[in-house]
Design a protein around this ligand. Structure first.
Ligand SMILES: *[C@@H]1O[C@H](CO)[C@@H](O)[C@H](O)[C@H]1NC(C)=O
Ligand SMILES: *[C@@H]1O[C@H](CO)[C@@H](O)[C@H](O)[C@H]1NC(C)=O
Ligand SMILES: *[C@@H]1O[C@H](CO)[C@@H](O)[C@H](O)[C@H]1NC(C)=O
Ligand SMILES: *[C@@H]1O[C@H](CO)[C@@H](O)[C@H](O)[C@H]1NC(C)=O
Ligand SMILES: *[C@@H]1O[C@H](CO)[C@@H](O)[C@H](O)[C@H]1NC(C)=O
Ligand SMILES: *[C@@H]1O[C@H](CO)[C@@H](O)[C@H](O)[C@H]1NC(C)=O
Ligand SMILES: *[C@@H]1O[C@H](CO)[C@@H](O)[C@H](O)[C@H]1NC(C)=O
Ligand SMILES: CC(=O)N[C@H]1CO[C@H](CO)[C@@H](O)[C@@H]1O
Length: 341
């Protein structure tokens, strides 16, 4: 029967797709919780090693590593992503970024978004509906996210806790309710061995807000001037460690860094020397809009499908053998983390 034949071919397709076809996934695994403005995550091309080609809405991207980093998510990142390696292209991965923040809020109570390596921050979690059953998670850029168990006394709506010391270059925190239906925004803390660091608000400013950039300098007494840079162009040099934007617009969006001019201690040495901070990208949220996330289905050309099916049919036997040998990959396991405080 015709239908039966098609079904068989479909089964063959599924088997071979499972083994060979690359697949786009998200780390840390937050997709089931919704992706919101300001999130940091990686799109990963599973069963691929670099070089990888990435596509966003069918457009080729510059990224060639297995991981495609989204540093500060915004609705403009919504669409479909595909990765390709060794001539194999993944299925479309639909990503929808909400143009607003979750109800529950996580903020830095003590510390800054950029800390010295080995430093620690104190975080403040708040949810109007109470925090019973809530836990937090930490992602350090590698491996899997780890759980931070919160020792909540009762159903309070705010909680303050201190995660472990910051050793990774980039550490991301967020919290979820018991059933993982709701979550907080993320807080990302970076570490830097540099003496100069630029601090911005951890959440992207909404158009119309005021925004303060702050240049932190270790060894305060010896620096003379601070320079702020926007997209590598100096925008201000003065003795002030802050730079303010009032009523930000999209035009403020860009890459920022600052530098401090230091004077040599010895009285005979003349000219000052300059040290730069790392760059921070500032994204401005325009009016909170719901992401579109619509999936456009384009029916494939029948002839191409038939040709593909025949080719895959020939290959399937070899593929099945290969699969049985190689299919011992396990899913990520979340490790419970004892809390220091
Ligand atoms: C991501 O998390 C969801 C819900 O906990 C789970 O069903 C899914 O298998 C996870 N995905 C991966 C790739 O671990
Ligand atoms: C926790 O407190 C909130 C109000 O603060 C209330 O709406 C909610 O029902 C409480 N949950 C439990 C499990 O007691
Ligand atoms: C510091 O900045 C001021 C402008 O605010 C400038 O006049 C002065 O020359 C700068 N000093 C140095 C050492 O660059
Ligand atoms: C920027 O704003 C902050 C607080 O709103 C203020 O303390 C600071 O002096 C301002 N900086 C400048 C350069 O105006
Ligand atoms: C923003 O800054 C201006 C001064 O530059 C001030 O008048 C205004 O109150 C500030 N707005 C907010 C929301 O802080
Ligand atoms: C800075 O560069 C980014 C990316 O190239 C661009 O989108 C943005 O408009 C630039 N911002 C400014 C203020 O020039
Ligand atoms: C949402 O999608 C529809 C049709 O696909 C389009 O007309 C509309 O402009 C989109 N809206 C946004 C906010 O992207
Ligand atoms: C406080 C809050 O946002 N609660 C939501 C948690 O998730 C459930 C299910 O998605 C919603 O119904 C609640 O409103």
């Amino acid at each position: 029967m015709r239908g039966g034949k098609h079904l068989l071919l479909l089964a063959v397709l599924v088997v071979s797709a499972r083994c060979q076809q690359p697949k786009v996934s998200v780390t840390p695994n937050i997709t089931h919780l919704g992706i919101y403005s300001g999130d940091l995550f990686y799109l990963r091309c599973e069963s691929c090693s670099s070089p990888v080609r990435w596509y966003f809405n069918d457009g080729a991207q510059a990224e060639t590593s297995e991981r495609y980093k989204i540093t500060v998510a915004h609705p403009g990142h919504s669409g479909f992503y595909q990765c390709e390696c060794k001539g194999q292209k993944s299925e479309r991965f639909d990503l929808s970024v909400r143009g607003y923040l979750p109800h529950a809020s996580l903020t830095i109570a003590t510390g800054q978004p950029v800390m010295q390596t080995g430093g620690s921050v104190i975080l403040h979690l708040e949810n109007e509906g109470g925090l019973q059953g809530w836990n937090c998670w930490v992602y350090r850029g590698k491996d899997n996210s780890k759980k931070i168990g919160l020792r909540l006394k009762d159903n309070e709506s705010t909680f303050v806790f201190q995660p472990n010391k910051l050793e990774a270059p980039e550490t991301t925190f967020w919290c979820t309710d018991r059933n993982q239906n709701n979550r907080s925004n993320q807080v990302t803390v970076r570490t830097s061995g540099k003496r100069v660091s630029l601090q911005t608000c951890p959440l992207p400013p909404v158009a119309g807000d005021n925004l303060t950039l702050r240049c932190f300098v270790c060894g305060k007494d010896e620096f003379i001037n601070i320079t702020f840079y926007q997209n590598n162009t100096a925008i201000e040099e003065s003795s002030s460690v802050t730079y303010n934007f009032s009523h930000v617009t999209e035009l403020v969006e860009g890459s920022y860094k600052c530098s401090a001019k230091f004077m040599h201690k010895a009285p005979t040495v003349g000219s000052p020397y300059e040290e730069f901070s790392d760059e921070q990208y500032v994204f401005v949220q325009v009016t909170p809009v719901k992401a579109n996330g619509s999936f456009k289905y384009e029916p494939p050309v029948v002839a191409v499908v038939i040709a593909l099916v025949i080719v895959l049919g020939i290959l399937s036997a070899a593929v099945v053998v290969y699969c049985y040998r190689k299919n011992n990959v396990t899913g990520p396991v979340y490790v419970e983390l004892a809390l220091g405080s």
